[in-house]
Design a protein around this ligand. Structure first.
Ligand code: DC
Length: 208
């Protein structure tokens, strides 16, 4: 059987951690679709046209070591609002989602546009303050000198752009299960997600 898990939600809500843990638990491949937009946005910072960047994106672009910076996150959100850029990146994501056996994908439009037929859909969220604290900690730990207030403002600006765009806006699919991780640590959030997958599908983890 195929088990495809779609995970959407705003920045720094825990999507990435939960996605990786679910992929590991159920033995599925994982695609962080944000990385594709980050790699596209990253190339525009060098002056490449956004459409050209999306059309010619390579595995080297996806392996760049500076895709996690706030500047690249902002550029990703900007290119992600261009419908033609999204259209150029859709086939790869859809093909990944339809792999035999299934997959875990996380992003903003997975349950609504990329894989509306996913067996399980999550909308992972957390309060603005909690998300800003988590992202701030992550950035400081990786050597970035940033203020919490700036991180919070950046997240809000990016969420507003990602939610308000006309093309594939960030929104929970009608059949998505919302997981608010504001008051959960990583282990609790991952366990809650695993329990939901088991409940909905009857499929049990192959590893934990
Ligand atoms: O998940 P992330 O923070 O790495 O994503 C970076 C940006 O990419 C995000 O602000 C919006 C865009 N994005 C998108 O529009 N659709 C996706 N499926 C994933 C990311």
């Amino acid at each position: 059987m195929r088990l495809t898990i779609a995970i959407d939600g705003p920045a720094a809500a825990g999507k990435g951690t939960i996605s990786r843990a679910l992929a590991q638990a159920f033995g599925l491949p994982h695609l962080d679709t944000g990385l594709i937009y980050r790699a596209t946005g990253r190339r525009t910072l060098d002056g490449t046209d956004a459409m050209e960047a999306a059309r010619t994106l390579s595995s080297d672009d996806l392996a760049a070591d500076d895709l996690r910076t706030p500047e690249v996150a902002r550029a990703a959100s900007v290119v992600a609002a261009i419908p033609d850029v999204r259209a150029a990146l859709v086939d790869f994501q859809r093909a990944f989602a339809r792999r035999q056996g299934g997959a875990v994908l996380d992003g903003r439009d997975i349950g609504t546009v990329i894989c509306p037929e996913a067996e399980v859909k999550f909308f992972v969220t957390a309060s603005d303050d909690v998300r800003a604290q988590r992202r701030h900690k992550e950035l400081v730990e990786t050597g970035h000198d940033v203020e919490l207030a700036d991180v919070l403002a950046d997240l809000r600006e990016r969420d507003a752009r990602d939610s308000a765009r006309a093309s594939a806006p960030m929104i929970a699919a009608p059949d998505a299960i919302t997981l608010d991780t504001s008051h959960m640590d990583i282990d609790a959030a991952v366990q809650a997600a695993i329990d939901i997958v088991v409940d909905k599908t009857g499929v049990h983890p192959t590893a934990e």
